[in-house]
Design a binder for this molecule. Structure first.
Ligand code: F6R
Length: 248
């Protein structure tokens, strides 16, 4: 595993964006696995700036996102499709028909999960998968549990996630109760995994993921078995690993 320790969120974002940009320049028709959440926002902003400066092009890039809420259409402000459009897709030269997320409105969610895995396979797999990490070590919506789930699947959101999301919705009934997420098998099949973490509140999750036992109780710990992981974190998020003596 290669670790980049950066001073703060901005430096972490720039480093993460540089690794994504390097992939796009190395392989202009690459398949990027993308994430939502607060962590990658700064990296997307940097990629937009570099693309607008003409340093790289997303013209032949394909993207597959990790997850989407069930019940939210692409125009819903809280959908991950909307997030991706606002933070990246609408601001760069990517072809909209080459950007994929699970369909949150699919009438048959199980069939949608199978379609999504088949799609990733038909694209030849993911070249670079960007991941954030939850405080409990989740990746995508793979929450701590008793087993690793390989394939794309439907997850019931935990009560705390539903409550945390409630602030973004006008009515409580609108808050999604489920999501569709790539499974850990799909994530692990990416040729390279890029994990971005920021903030002291992530330090314990990062330590457990990379210095503790490999267990479905810490879903990100499976990444220890991946042969090409790049971890980019700010000093605060990597403090737990530093205490373990992994690096200075
Ligand atoms: C997002 C995703 C999640 C987030 C994680 C961290 O598509 O799948 O696993 O990466 O919850 O979220 P932030 O970056 O908001 O701390």
């Amino acid at each position: 595993m290669r670790i980049y320790q950066e001073a703060d969120y901005d430096a972490m974002s720039r480093r993460t964006a540089a690794i994504i940009a390097a992939e796009v320049i190395r392989k202009p028709d690459c398949v990027l696995g993308l994430a939502t959440g607060s962590t990658p926002v700064g990296s997307y902003r940097q990629l937009v700036a570099w693309q607008q400066e003409g340093l790289l092009s997303f013209g032949t890039v394909t993207t597959v996102n990790l997850d989407e809420y069930r019940g939210l259409g692409p125009d819903h402000e809280q959908s991950y499709r909307h997030f991706m459009r606002v933070n990246l897709f609408d601001q760069v030269d990517i072809r909209p028909d080459r950007t994929y997320l699970p369909d949150g409105l699919a009438a048959d969610p199980e069939a949608e999960c199978r379609r999504y895995d088949a799609l990733v396979e038909s694209l030849g797999g993911t070249d670079l998968q960007l991941l954030g990490m939850g405080h409990n070590g989740h990746i995508g919506f793979n929450e701590p549990g008793t087993a690793f789930i390989r394939e794309t699947h439907v997850v019931d959101l935990t009560r705390s996630t539903i409550e945390a999301n409630a602030r973004f919705f006008q009515k409580k009934e609108e808050v999604p109760r489920q999501a569709i997420t790539m499974g850990v098998g799909t994530i692990m099949s990416a040729r390279r995994v890029l994990v971005a973490v920021s903030g002291a509140d992530k330090a314990e999750a990062v330590r457990r993921a990379f210095c503790g036992p490999i267990t479905p109780e810490v879903p990100a710990s499976i990444l220890q078995l991946h042969r090409d992981v790049v971890l980019v974190g700010d000093v605060a998020a990597l403090s737990g690993m530093r205490e373990e003596g992994v690096f200075q």
